[in-house]
Ligand binder design. Structure first.
Ligand code: 1PR
Length: 550
């Protein structure tokens, strides 16, 4: 009989991934939803995972009465592992919610990363270095781990001295100029700021080592040091799968040219079929993709939420893919075929429980941004961006932008911001702006892409997935002008998308823009290049990447 591992369930996002990771390692999992669950008395290994808002999580922790039983659990000497906001709960408090005290076990306040010099939240793959001469819980300084957070245990030399003198063993890392706690452990308590369940093979090893209670192992020679470039993060490579039903009713990964996904060799050609979603996603994970994004490009309008084919895709994919998964398409308030109304928050929640880490919002982001400007630069709390980020954290809300380039002779020809075009338009126009589109490019709106992303950031979006209809499927490289402009307009991370045709295009976008990540689709689906080839190319050219085999 496999051993059972218990997980505290405070309904804070994607617990499914942690369960999947633990089960993949050969254990059974059981969620503890109530503080009076008698299994808390008999549990032998307990996880406290959390994502999203610190205050919300800690309040729930106390309101549901978990404080006393977990104290009792810890005092009994049984092992407890906290993850992300689970780790943060052990601190005294957080700048994120100053009125909500934490458990106070760690003598430090969490503070927000400085966003003047880097994107906040930190989203991506960073290192974790031990202070001593041993690996703690198999956290390997040659590996990379997935972090997603805006607040951290940022430490000074005095903090480090104080905490170590109090018996805490630390792994530290650095985001930009700020040094913070990557993991912390003492006696039977262990906690990571990063998500081991989303950190590929390296992360699974950390979970296994906690489950097997291997506190220490020999420190390997550091052969793959973090050189601190890109604020310490590797260059993040995302594989994207546009998913829809084809004319035969099969769910396929497809790929368009400027969003037209039909074969061109015949009139009204078939939807291009490039493979099965889960099979391709697993392939890209094994090739080293840092994230996988599924976009449901037609939103399967006719099926009820519970039967959405994308839910099954996520459930299957999340069982074997241990990097972040994003799902987009149809994240909005919906009306079921039987007339039942389902708010976007519940739609998103259904995807999170199936295994998604982030949801991406396209059409509805345009609606929300327009309303934001109509209200004089304010939200009214009802948009999906606001409701989902309030419940699951800003890092869980990605905005998918589908912009189309527009040329104008003068900035006064549009109400939107413009920039001078590097190459003038077909009629000699010197300025450009990008119109946002809705419904997969079918509706071109009068709202500029820059205006859209600024509004969405203000409403609570945590990341921008920046497509470009003009470049989509072109294999001609990314639209660098667009990426630089959008990146300069927001503080949240930006993912460059559309146009990648070879590894050199990834190098170019990282060298010529400050993009936080780069996404590719067609070149991977057509087997022209693997994700690993892209990463090796970047590495050869001095750009840090994560290679999970190292
Ligand atoms: O509007 O919230 O329901 O979301 C719909 C989602 O589906 C949006 O994210 C939108 O971008 C996407 N979408 C809708 N129609 C299409 C289409 O292609 N007909 N795909 C579509 C968007 C763009 C990228 C693509 C990159 C890279 N596809 O996903 O992967 O352009 O491609 P490349 O590397 O081959 O150039 P909602």
């Amino acid at each position: 009989m496999p051993e059972t591992v218990h997980i505290i369930d405070l309904e804070s996002g994607n617990l499914r991934s942690l369960q999947n990771a633990i089960e993949y390692l050969g254990y059974e999992t059981k969620l503890i939803k109530s503080s009076t669950d008698p299994e808390l008395d008999t549990a032998t290994k307990l996880f406290l995972p959390g994502v999203g808002n610190y205050g919300h999580f800690v309040k729930e922790y106390f309101a549901r009465g978990f404080d006393a039983p977990i104290k009792k659990y810890i005092d009994s000497g049984r092992p407890l592992m906290g993850i992300c906001v689970g780790l943060q709960t052990f601190f005294q408090g957080s700048e994120e919610s100053p009125s909500v005290p934490g458990l106070g076990m760690i003598d430090l306040q969490l503070s927000k990363f400085d966003d003047k010099t880097k994107s906040v939240p930190q989203i991506g793959w960073n290192t974790a270095y031990p202070l001593g001469d041993k690996m703690l819980y198999h956290i390997n300084p040659n590996n990379r781990y997935y972090y997603v957070h805006s607040y951290a245990g940022i430490v000074s030399e005095e903090d480090i001295e104080r905490l170590t003198s109090q018996g805490w063993e630390l792994n530290l890392t650095q985001y930009g100029e700020q040094r913070f706690i990557a993991s912390i452990s003492k006696d039977n308590i262990f906690a990571t700021q990063f998500h081991p369940e989303k950190s590929g093979i390296a992360g699974l090893k950390v979970i296994r080592s906690f489950l097997e209670q291997t506190h220490y192992s020999p420190l390997p020679e550091i052969v793959n040091a973090n050189d601190g470039s890109n604020n310490g993060l590797t260059r993040r490579i995302i594989a994207c799968l546009d998913v829809r039903s084809n004319d035969q009713g099969d769910l396929v990964v497809t790929k368009g040219d400027q969003y037209d996904v039909r074969e061109k060799d015949q009139e009204g050609g078939d939807v291009r079929n490039l493979g099965k979603p889960v099979t391709l996603a697993e392939k890209y994970y094994k090739q080293g993709a840092d994230e996988v994004t599924f976009l449901n490009i037609t939103s399967f309008r006719d099926s009820p939420l519970k039967d959405q084919p994308m839910l099954e895709v996520l459930k299957q994919a999340a069982k074997t893919i241990f990097v972040p998964l994003t799902v987009g398409g149809g994240i909005k308030d919906i009306v079921e075929p039987d007339g039942t109304k389902i708010p976007a928050l519940q739609v998103a929640g259904t995807y999170f429980s199936a295994g998604a880490d982030k949801v991406s919002i396209g059409t509805d982001a345009v609606v929300a941004a327009k309303k934001y400007y109509e209200l004089g630069g304010n939200g009214d709390g009802t948009s999906p961006i606001e409701t989902i980020s309030a419940a699951y954290g800003v890092q869980a809300v990605v905005i998918s932008v589908d912009p189309k380039r527009q040329y104008v002779a003068s900035p006064s020809d549009t109400k939107n911001e413009t920039i001078k075009a590097e190459v003038p338009g077909p009629n000699g126009e010197e300025y450009i702006w990008y119109a946002t589109t809705a419904k997969g490019g079918r509706e071109v709106t009068d709202l500029g892409a820059v205006e859209l992303v600024k509004a969405c950031e203000a409403l609570g979006a945590g990341e921008i997935l920046l497509n470009c209809i003009d470049k989509d499927g072109s294999n001609s490289g990314y639209d660098l002008e667009l990426i630089n402009w959008i990146k300069g307009s927001v503080n949240v991370p930006v993912i460059a998308s559309s146009g990648a045709g070879n590894p050199g295009h990834f190098q170019e976008v990282f060298e010529k823009t400050k993009t936080d990540a780069a996404l590719g689709a067609g070149m991977f689906h057509r087997d022209e290049y693997t994700v690993e080839q892209v990463k090796l190319h970047l590495k050869e050219n001095g750009l840090q990447t994560r290679l999970d085999t190292e």
